[in-house]
Design a protein around this ligand. Structure first.
Ligand SMILES: C[S@@+](CC[C@H](N)C(=O)[O-])C[C@H]1O[C@@H](n2cnc3c(N)ncnc32)[C@H](O)[C@@H]1O
Length: 277
């Protein structure tokens, strides 16, 4: 059994607790030696993935600036804002605009309120108690959730590594909500794992793989934890966009499936620029 599968066999609460415990000595040491700034969560609290928290966040903001022309006066929505990885560096750019972020993990949203909103009152974070079997045990379903914002509110909407952790029904519904709250000329940037007909998955225990294929046009990494990671066929994604009244403007393929070399890819995941039809 791979380490990843052992991790998935734990409950969502245990996953968070194990991470916290594992990094406790490291985090304590950093805190005592003053090596970690106030504005950076401890490694044990960063539940949103590996990689360097600060440099990843800066890279995400650069991607927004380069690919959807993020401006200081934009009103933006960060869906699945996590523990502020994108919001933190965004505070330096979004000086006259407004930021809204929401997420289904309270601990991340609380950290953002305590460390970001307190210094940047134009940055608002909202916790929503929706089920996600990777992160929590809540009951309410994402496909029944209306975003708490009026129609045509946002210039820019982004989701970094969020549609890679949601069920297909939720993604379809979120796309419809994105269409509703995005201004007609607005842009959305979202990352996915996308595949086409020639895709051949590795075996379940062979590292990063999507062995479980579903006829609707998607693949899962784990049957047990359905939101662990999802890959979507390009064909299905196009149909979902169409149903939501959206269209793909551009795709920057990532290096996750080995088709594009790491040094020339924009990101590990595939980055999709979306606009209204
Ligand atoms: C891999 S993390 C990425 C977090 C953040 N976007 C970043 O780049 O740091 C995925 C995030 O999606 C959130 N998420 C999962 N399902 C969600 C849903 N239905 N609505 C909003 N956020 C969700 C998780 O709680 C988690 O914070």
């Amino acid at each position: 059994m791979s380490l990843r599968n052992i991790y998935y066999s734990l409950s969502p609460e245990l996953r968070l607790a194990v991470r916290k415990l594992y990094y406790l000595p490291h985090d304590l040491l950093q805190q005592l030696s003053g090596k970690r700034s106030e504005l950076q969560p401890g490694k044990g609290d960063i539940y949103i993935g590996s990689g360097d928290f600060l440099s990843q966040g800066k890279k995400q903001v650069q991607t927004l600036t380069d690919h959807i022309d993020l401006k200081e006066s934009d009103v933006v929505l960060d869906i699945g804002c996590g523990i502020g990885r994108t919001a933190l560096p965004l505070t330096k750019i979004l000086t006259t605009g407004r930021y809204e972020g929401f997420d289904v993990v309270k601990k991340g949203v609380d950290w953002c309120k305590r460390h970001i909103s307190i210094n940047y009152p134009n940055f608002h974070f909202t916790f929503v108690s929706l089920h996600n079997d990777l992160y929590n045990n809540f009951k309410a379903k994402g496909e029944e959730f209306s975003f708490p914002y009026p129609d045509s509110t946002f210039d820019k909407i982004f989701l970094f590594s969020v549609f890679t952790h949601m069920r297909i029904e939720e993604i379809q519904h979120y796309l419809t909500e994105i269409k509703r709250v995005l201004k007609p000329e607005g842009k959305c940037l979202a990352t996915f794992f996308l595949y086409d007909q020639d895709f051949a998955s590795k075996e379940p225990d062979d590292g990063f793989s999507f062995p479980y294929e579903y006829p609707a046009g998607y693949r899962l990494m784990s049957k047990k934890v359905q939101s662990a990671n999802i890959a979507i066929s390009l064909d299905l994604l196009n149909r979902m966009m169409d149903t939501a009244g959206l269209q793909i403007e551009k795709i920057e393929f990532g290096y996750w499936n080995g088709k594009i070399a790491k040094d020339i890819a924009l990101n590990f995941q595939d980055t999709v620029i979306i606009k209204s039809k």
